[in-house]
Design a protein. Structure first.
Length: 195
């Protein structure tokens, strides 16, 4: 990267399961200079997911080996599976001026803050727990006991939203996406003013 080239921004994007972050991200990624980091996981793929596009699906042994070799920016356990962000999914793109979005949960975000505190941290919240429950049932991808586990996890995650730089309530998709772009633009302007 040349002296004058602008480095990309690392954006940590967290939300409880069912908050619509995936739908938001489709809109954001279609807008241009953003790349979604493909996370690694030990969980089984859902029917609609594509290996190495949706996630890098790893065995528990492979995941552990990569942890030992320091290949992760962060990694965490969530609902009995391991998830992590490979450094190869982040640094080369940032160096080339691409904004990289990490779609990770609260525990992972806390780890990123410890090693990359200059990242932008955005939390997406549901309008209410009742609406979150409705969305998870509508998705119809998991049994009731898993949905309840995700609801309980969401309630716990919401207690950490104040650790983020910005909170976006995803009630109406278009408004939530516009809020995301407004936040990123505000941060760009703030960074420019501080130099």
């Amino acid at each position: 990267m040349s002296e004058n080239a602008k480095k990309g921004r690392l954006i940590v994007f967290s939300a409880p399961s069912g908050c619509g972050k995936g739908t938001m991200l489709k809109e954001i990624l279609a807008a241009g200079n953003y790349r979604l980091s493909v996370s690694a996981t030990t969980r089984d793929p859902r029917p609609e997911e594509i290996p190495d596009v949706s996630y890098h699906y790893l065995t528990k042994d492979d995941f552990s080996s990569r942890v030992e070799r320091n290949e992760f920016l962060e990694h965490a356990e969530y609902c009995d599976n391991s998830y992590g962000t490979l450094l190869s999914e982040v640094d080369p793109y940032l160096e080339n001026g691409v904004n990289v979005i990490l779609e990770i949960e609260v525990q992972g975000a806390q780890r990123v803050r410890a090693v990359r505190p200059d990242s932008l941290f955005i939390f997406v919240a549901p309008p209410s727990i009742d609406e979150l429950r409705r969305r998870l049932h509508k998705r119809a991808t998991e049994p009731e006991e898993v949905i309840e586990k995700r609801i309980n996890k969401a309630i716990e995650e919401l207690t950490h939203q104040d650790e983020y730089d910005y909170i976006i309530v995803n009630d109406a998709l278009e408004d939530a996406v516009n809020d995301f772009f407004a936040v990123v633009r505000a941060e760009e302007l703030k960074t420019a003013a501080e130099k």
